[in-house]
Design a protein around this ligand. Structure first.
Ligand SMILES: [Zn+2]
Ligand SMILES: [Zn+2]
Length: 201
């Protein structure tokens, strides 16, 4: 059923303007996103896909990932990622990622680690150099990542907080936070006694 056009108007004025087709939300270059709850094998596939995406979309990166195995380690705790290579050559044995880092951080922050490891791959394959020196530093900002292989375990914390009465561990801190600087302003729950701070090794 249609309504008559009122006098003084043209029928076109009552048409709904046709909306332009929405842009497809993912075109070929958009950064792939992955969920935070992948299983080990799924994570491995996600990393492989993401590494390739980085290689194609970060201009500064020039790596050959085809022969490099990606390993997901349950045990790795010291760093979130690690590139194993034969020193002084451009030969990389594998890239190992810590499953626990992914579980703790989720994908977005974990992807920062992947980009960090890819810089190692880049300097090793192109300059036979590992480490976080000048070559590495030059690429850090361009790869939107950090210079340090970030640790993610509580064990890496610098300070341990304990109850001064029963010695029970109350917490750990990575930085000189308020409680580390002024433990006397705090008291333990267990004994309502002073908190003491010990350096972790
Ligand atoms: Zn590193
Ligand atoms: Zn106590």
């Amino acid at each position: 059923m249609s309504f008559p056009t009122p006098p003084g108007f043209t029928p076109d004025q009552f048409k709904t303007p046709t909306e332009p087709e929405p842009e497809p939300s993912s075109n070929d270059n958009s950064e792939p996103q992955f969920p935070d709850n992948l299983e080990k094998t799924e994570l491995k596939n996600a990393i492989r896909e993401y590494q390739e995406w980085c290689n194609q979309n970060y201009d500064v990166l020039d790596v050959d990932l085809s022969d490099i195995p990606v390993e997901i380690s349950i045990k790795l705790k010291k760093t979130a990622g690690k590139v194993a290579w034969i020193n002084g050559t451009s030969e990389i044995k594998y890239i190992r990622y810590a499953f626990k880092a992914y579980q703790k951080w989720g994908w977005e922050k974990f992807a920062e680690t992947i980009r960090h490891e890819l810089i190692h791959v880049h300097t090793i394959q192109n300059y036979q150099k590992g480490g976080h020196g000048r070559l590495f530093k030059m690429l850090v900002d361009k790869m939107d990542t950090t210079r340090h292989c970030e640790s993610f375990t509580e064990d890496e914390a610098k300070y341990i907080l304990k109850c001064s009465e029963c010695d029970k561990e109350i917490g750990r801190r990575h930085k000189r936070s308020k409680i580390v600087k002024q433990p006397w302003n705090y008291s333990s729950q267990c004994c309502s006694e002073n908190v003491k701070v010990e350096e972790n090794q």
